[in-house]
Design a protein around this ligand. Structure first.
Ligand code: ADP
Length: 267
């Protein structure tokens, strides 16, 4: 059982990712794909005249401001543009892919953060109309039933809150929870860098291997969204996933290369 998170940053070869995923499925491997939609959401938000905004927490974490309109755009980008593109590409390769958001079938349930403290121009304030949260529960039974009848799930945010609202959840961390709940042997996080770099952006500084115990220190090396990937790696391992591989999706055979150990292997 393999869970593969597909990155959305520039340079990622979706065709090559789908070629490899299809090959695995045809070889009888149980595969669940997960993607996010940060980059596409920014593009679409710009096109629709509601440009992306980011907020910073008192501890310095930056996240997307997800008001109601942004949530609509986020769904158009994730569930619409990206999810259906991946499903179509897999279908074209003979894989019976089914695209679902975390709301569908209650696949990703979690808590909405009802009040978010943010810092703006040195002043702290509270946002109450934001739709972000984290995944606490994965409907693994539904995913297993789908896999048992030969379907390949392609999952995307948003998740579903306790009040049945859509919540913007981080796809790397939702992927980790999914890998954990599915008892996956491997969780692959594909992005547009070779893996975790000791001195970003020097690609020669790739860290080939990390132990779980080294992750807390490694998170300091990551900037921005790479931090979430390192966090996700830890969450997956803590839930019993055998290994997490942070790998590059810019070249041919990205999944095969990751599975053969290219990238940062965390175990
Ligand atoms: P995706 O959309 O694929 O999920 P993101 O673009 O959000 O990925 O996050 C990956 C990015 O994190 C890389 O493109 C890189 O610019 C950045 N990054 C920051 N610090 C590091 C680091 N230490 N090693 C590798 N990448 C890093």
């Amino acid at each position: 059982m393999i869970v593969i998170k597909i990155g959305g940053a520039e340079g990622i070869g979706l065709e090559a990712v789908c070629n490899d995923a299809a090959e695995l499925v045809h070889a009888g491997e149980r595969v669940v794909l997960v993607h996010g939609g940060s980059h596409e959401t920014n593009t679409l938000a710009e096109q629709l005249g509601h440009p992306a905004q980011f907020v910073t927490s008192p501890s310095g974490h930056t996240s997307r401001r997800t008001d109601r309109r942004t949530m609509e755009i986020f769904q158009m980008a994730c569930c619409g543009r990206i999810n259906k593109r991946v499903v179509q590409m897999l279908q074209a390769r003979g894989v019976n892919a089914v695209g679902l958001s975390g709301m569908d079938g209650g696949l990703w349930r979690g808590k909405r953060k009802k009040a978010i403290r943010i810092v703006e121009d040195g002043r702290t304030s509270v946002l109450r109309d934001d739709y972000t949260g984290t995944v606490d529960q994965v409907n693994a039974a539904l995913l297993n039933r789908m896999l048992n009848i030969g379907l390949t799930p392609v999952l995307t945010p948003p998740g579903l809150s306790e009040e049945h609202e859509p919540i913007n959840v981080d796809a790397d961390r939702a992927g980790a929870k999914t890998a954990g709940a599915m008892r996956a042997d491997t969780f692959v996080i594909l992005s547009n860098v070779p893996g975790l770099l000791r001195s970003f952006p020097d690609e020669g500084s790739l860290i080939p291997e990390l132990a779980r115990a080294e992750l807390d220190a490694a998170i300091e090396l990551a900037q921005g969204r790479m931090k979430k990937k390192v966090l996700a790696a830890g969450e997956a391992l803590d839930m019993g996933v055998g290994r997490v591989i942070l790998a590059d999706a810019r070249a041919e055979r990205p999944i095969q290369r990751a599975l053969s150990g290219e990238g940062t292997v965390v175990s």
